[in-house]
Ligand binder design. Structure first.
Ligand code: HEM
Length: 410
């Protein structure tokens, strides 16, 4: 007891108020611990997308909370409340456009983050849990974005919500009941809008919690790196601060430039003009399309004539990511040392873009056939190409240590 009192006195005398706080809540030593976290010294810019995703998430939450202060989640007022934000609320247009464009950029960053993982084999042992939690984050992001798009209560909000929720009716026996339960009524109506608003507010905080688990799992074994060779000695690493923190600031700066270029010069470029028409259950738009970031999955859904199989295919296209650690058994982690894998990976990446483009086209030939081939390649890549490459590909010689891939300044 006496000992404890002496320690408190010492800490307080040395560091004043900060020492007083630190002794009771060791927050400063925790920050010091994070700053000195050892990171492989050969990370390239592809490793910046994780921290950038974290910043994008915080930006969405801050702008979202301000929007919620002025938004009314009722079918009679929602559309007008958004118009009021745009016209009457001080800088409301800036907050709203930042939130809307920010959502798109958040998805671009996370897609790049996932592609990095696929190319560098980040899902492999021992980081499977980092990858799995990441997939849950992606699901949560899709749900959040989908519900957010319903809130302005424009034509695309209403009809997008109607089409997507009705997909659940494909489930045998209970499908229709599930749809009515999701709606809270017999169509997309006021209860639907209200619950979507509640969940759209809640889910980002769940994403924050998941992102924390993601980083805890990552810190268990430390970051991977572009060579795929694990850390062998302290010579292979440098502390997170200052080098990587400064490097993260560079991509954050670029992110802000792109974000505000869109916000100030083309704020509606990534949206759909029909959402400036108030929702009308009696008028169906000519062409119902979801937001661009759902389009690759939408293309897979539409490529299959049977509704149930289409829905299963769409969900399977993401669930298959869970199987990756077992589908890709190659001993070499990084795509940089796998010459044949590289070719198929880049075809996969182009094919994914193609699917995105096809998802925005009308349902007619040649788009239907093209979507079928693209969907086929998507699944073939995971289910057949990766297992075969794991077995038969001859990888390049790996460097002995990851430091061998870095040319150091003497
Ligand atoms: C809100 C979304 C996300 C945030 C904030 C986030 C954050 C991070 C951060 C800070 C890192 C460490 C830095 C880096 O390696 O880039 C990381 C690594 C990683 N993330 Fe994410 N992430 C998110 C989504 C995802 C998703 C959707 C996936 C996959 C489906 C994923 C898979 C991974 C993997 C496998 C690593 C380890 C990479 C390695 O060290 O080799 N993340 N994430």
């Amino acid at each position: 007891m006496q000992d404890d009192d002496d320690k408190i006195k010492n800490a307080e005398e040395k560091n004043g108020i900060l020492g007083w706080i630190e002794y009771r809540l060791p927050i400063f030593s925790f920050l010091k611990h994070i700053a000195s976290y050892q990171v492989p010294k050969n990370l390239n810019y592809a490793w910046n997308f994780g921290s950038l995703a974290g910043i994008a998430l915080i930006l969405q939450i801050i702008t979202g909370i301000v929007l919620a202060m002025h938004y009314t989640p009722h079918v009679d007022h929602a559309f007008n409340s958004v118009e009021r934000i745009m016209r009457d609320v001080s800088y409301g247009w800036l907050i709203r456009y930042t939130h809307a464009v920010g959502a798109s950029l958040f998805f671009i960053v996370v897609y790049a983050h996932i592609m990095r993982g696929l190319y560098y084999g980040s899902y492999k042992k021992p980081r499977e849990m980092v990858w799995f939690v990441g997939i849950f984050i992606f699901f949560a992001m899709m749900a959040t974005a989908f519900m957010g798009y319903v809130l302005p209560w424009g034509q695309m909000s209403f009809w997008g919500a109607t089409v997507i929720t009705q997909l659940f009716s494909a489930i045998p026996i209970v499908g229709n009941k599930i749809v009515i339960w999701l709606w809270g009524g017999f169509s997309v109506e006021n209860p639907t809008l209200n619950r979507f608003f509640a969940l759209h507010y809640l889910l980002p905080f769940i994403i924050i919690a998941l992102a924390m688990l993601h980083v805890i799992a990552l810190h268990r074994f430390g970051s991977g790196n572009p060579s795929g060779v694990e850390i062998k000695s302290s010579k292979d690493t440098i502390p997170l601060y200052p080098y990587y923190i400064v490097k993260d600031c560079i991509t954050f700066g670029l992110f802000l430039i792109v974000l505000f270029a869109f916000v100030f010069y083309a704020p509606n470029y990534l949206g759909h003009s029909d959402n400036y028409i108030e929702a009308d259950p009696m008028t169906t738009p000519m062409h119902i399309v979801p937001e661009w970031y759902f389009l690759p999955f939408y293309a897979m859904l539409r490529s299959i004539p049977n509704k149930l199989i289409g829905v299963v295919t769409m969900f399977a296209s993401i669930f298959v990511w869970f199987l990756l650690p077992w589908l890709d058994k190659s001993k070499v982690r990084s795509g940089a040392y796998r010459p044949v894998f590289k070719v198929f990976f880049w075809i996969f990446a182009v094919n994914f873009f193609l699917l995105g483009w096809l998802g925005g086209q009308e349902v007619k030939e040649p788009y239907i056939t093209l979507s079928r081939f693209s969907t086929l390649y998507y699944f073939t890549y995971f289910a057949i190409i990766l297992p075969l490459l794991s077995k038969y590909e001859k990888p390049k010689m790996l460097p002995k240590t990851l430091s061998d891939t870095v040319s150091e300044m003497k």
